[in-house]
Design a protein around this ligand. Structure first.
Ligand code: HEC
Length: 224
């Protein structure tokens, strides 16, 4: 629409407003009491008086007049983070055997390979002899779940929130427990007959656990 057309449309709307007011619509949200377009622009200006007290740049407005408060269940659906200590892990359990089935059914196998070593996407499986941690000296090394991830709880959290890459959120908690078991089994961290639940995810000691320290800095020159 050309600029001239926009202007003429606006003018025709403005011309309509007094008519609406005259039909008893004067107390509508349009709020045109005086019955002319001039009061519309006056109304717009009063929302931003420029004194910083009540305008857009001023104090926060508690009510915006749209949206609804999120319900408990809506918040719960997003509140899925799990702490390294396992806080937030859901109930449920799944066996390594079921996890190998999930690995195929949810197509992990297509992107990570039959045993998590083959790709084409991220390599899941692989330990380094002696569980050494030579990453700082050799940047060509591939980090995996087995040689790099410090917590199995994080593996549960990440898998549940982000995988399968193209369809996240499509696994049940039981399936996530099972497939986490499969990935730990691929890395020789669980036996083939293991059944995984929250306690086992917390108790599984990852080889790289002590290679990380909590970042508890609160400020100062070390923070850039
Ligand atoms: C369509 C391909 C695809 C599918 C299917 C898929 N993944 Fe992934 N996966 C990826 C990609 C790509 C990444 C890397 C994502 C990134 O770096 O942000 C990844 C990363 C991961 C990682 C983190 C690896 C690391 O060390 O950084 C894990 C664990 C994982 N996937 C598990 C799974 C599991 C379990 C399934 C099946 C339930 C699955 N993936 C299905 C593509 C896929």
């Amino acid at each position: 629409m050309s600029r001239a057309n926009v202007v003429s449309r606006l003018l025709s709307v403005a011309a309509l407003l007094p008519a609406l007011a005259g039909c008893g619509a004067g107390d509508s949200e349009v709020g045109v009491e005086a019955g002319n377009a001039g009061s519309v622009s006056a109304m717009v200006e009063t929302t931003d008086p420029g004194d910083g007290a009540t305008g857009r740049a001023g104090a926060a407005q508690p009510v915006y007049g749209f949206g609804t408060a999120a319900t408990e269940s809506q918040i719960a659906a997003w509140d899925i983070d799990i702490g390294p200590d396992g806080a937030g892990l859901p109930p449920g359990r799944g066996s390594v055997a079921e996890g190998l089935d999930v690995w195929v059914r949810h197509r992990c196998i297509l992107c990570h390979g039959p045993t998590g070593r083959e790709g084409p996407n991220d390599i899941i499986t692989g330990r380094i002899p002696g569980d050494e941690f030579p990453f700082a000296n050799d940047r060509s090394l591939r980090s995996t779940v087995g040689n790099y991830w410090p917590y199995a709880t994080t593996l549960f959290d990440y898998t549940r929130r982000a995988m399968p890459f193209d369809l996240p959120g499509t696994m049940t908690d039981e399936e996530v427990y099972a497939v986490v078991g499969a990935m730990l089994y691929f890395n020789d961290l669980l036996p083939a007959d293991a059944v995984v639940d929250s306690a086992m995810v917390v108790d599984t000691r990852m080889p790289a656990r002590d290679r990380f320290v909590p970042d508890n800095r609160t400020g100062g020159p070390t923070i850039r």
